[in-house]
Ligand binder design. Structure first.
Ligand code: UD1
Ligand code: UDP
Length: 367
């Protein structure tokens, strides 16, 4: 038995670490869960839903926090927790500011670091921002890289990471879908959509904040043009800047803006949607596995597997580009069918078991 610390602070980190934490517990490890509290409501909601309580909550979130705020407010409290708990291993996920803070503290306290969802790259410093550099910096500090695919393994190898410390394990987002998606699911939003086709929207990225006007105008155009046949549903992010822009630009009555959904709700509504328009990272992994075409409202993606599989299309943030690509799919059933193939580039839902198999061996070898 070993003391394993899991550090997360935002919605996607929790969603993808939850199955790993459960697997570690199943194997009777001494698991310590640390929530930096970079997100508040959006994360508390998910912890409650999954019945998980963090052992430590650093509660660092402030309204409209800057990148420096998050890091500065996390480092010392997290350092104290790690000094007190003395974990044998520390796990971080992905590419948020919490990820970077966790990686730095693992270095400062000389705790071996495991990075889940390692190796995703655009090689563009400012897109996504600051995630690309968060994950590159974390990669430099990582001892065990748990990477989703052969493509992402290649990224790590080209950077000179030790191949014997890179493990291709799929993405634990798929493990999570196995916890959440159900055939008998119902929700009032689905009742309201009725016979129309559901277009699911999410938008939150920092590098897109200055583009929100044109992105929301495009979404508004799509809502108006397809009002008789489609219904747009947008579980909005808590970021007040995003909310203000949505208030200003999303004027169509054919867009239903709702509060952030729990993961079970989001995954089930995603699985019943017709089309997704998003700048999210994680949704680009979930949608191919559910056969849902995604228009990626970004200039870059670190998920080329979904583009290759045909489910993702990178459309950028321009108003005309977004409307044109949406129309292409909504007007042309053959084009739609081509994209709506079920492809799962991210493994078979056993990522957490594979990660813990590696960990158990690492622990056994360390004696
Ligand atoms: C963060 C991550 C991003 C990830 C995203 C997932 C960084 C720098 N960014 O971006 O990589 O894709 O989470 O959603 O780590 N807020 C609330 N309540 C909440 C959450 C956020 O009020 O529960 C508001 C606060 O005003 C906060 C702001 O949203 O200051 C932005 O939150 P922040 O975590 O800084 O950025 P995200 O855009 O959520
Ligand atoms: N998600 C959720 N509720 C929502 C919107 C998204 O649970 O209302 C989930 C979604 O299924 C995915 C994750 O949150 O697993 C993606 O989070 P987000 O888009 O905030 O971050 P990113 O993946 O871009 O880092």
């Amino acid at each position: 038995m070993s003391k394993l610390m899991f550090v997360f602070g935002t919605r996607p980190e929790f969603i993808k670490l939850y199955p790993v934490i459960m697997e570690a517990r199943r194997r009777s490890h001494d698991v310590v869960v640390v929530n930096t509290g970079q997100h508040r409501e959006m994360l508390d909601q998910l912890l409650d839903e999954m019945g998980m309580a963090a052992d430590f909550n650093l509660k660092i979130m402030t309204q409209q926090q800057t990148l420096a705020d998050i890091l500065a407010r996390t480092l010392s409290p997290l350092d104290q927790v790690v000094a007190q708990v003395k974990p044998d291993h520390l796990f971080v996920h992905g590419d948020t500011s919490t990820t970077l803070a966790g990686s730095l503290i693992a270095l400062y306290r000389q705790v071996p670091l495991s990075h889940v969802e390692a190796g995703l790259r655009t090689f563009n410093k400012y897109s996504p921002y600051p995630e690309e550099m968060n994950r590159q910096l974390t990669g430099v500090l990582t001892d065990y890289h748990f990477t989703p695919t052969e493509v992402t393994r290649g990224n790590l190898e080209r950077e000179g990471k030790d191949p014997s410390r890179i493990f291709v394990v799929g993405n634990s987002a798929i493990d999570m879908l196995r916890y959440t998606v159900r055939d008998d699911y119902t929700h009032p939003v689905l009742d309201e959509v009725g016979d129309r086709k559901l277009v699911l929207i999410t938008v939150h990225r920092r590098e897109n904040i200055s583009e929100l006007g044109q992105m929301f105008s495009a979404i508004n155009d799509v809502a108006e043009r397809y009002a008789e046949t489609h219904r747009l549903v947008y579980p909005i992010h808590m970021n007040p800047v995003v909310r203000r822009a949505a208030d200003e630009y999303l004027t169509s009555s054919n867009i239903r803006v709702i509060e952030p959904l729990g993961t079970t709700d989001f995954h089930n509504i995603l699985s019943r949607s017709h089309l997704v328009m998003t700048d999210s990272g994680g949704i680009q992994e979930e949608a191919p596995s559910l056969g849902k075409p995604v228009l990626v409202l970004r200039d870059t993606t670190e998920r080329p597997e979904g583009v290759a599989a045909g489910t993702l299309r990178l459309v950028g943030t321009g108003r005309e580009d977004i409307v044109r690509e949406a129309a292409r799919l909504l007007d042309d059933p053959e084009e739609y069918q081509r994209m709506a193939t079920i492809a799962n580039p991210y493994g078979d839902g056993t990522t957490s078991q594979q990660i813990m198999d590696v960990m158990d061996k690492v622990i056994a070898d360390a004696g």
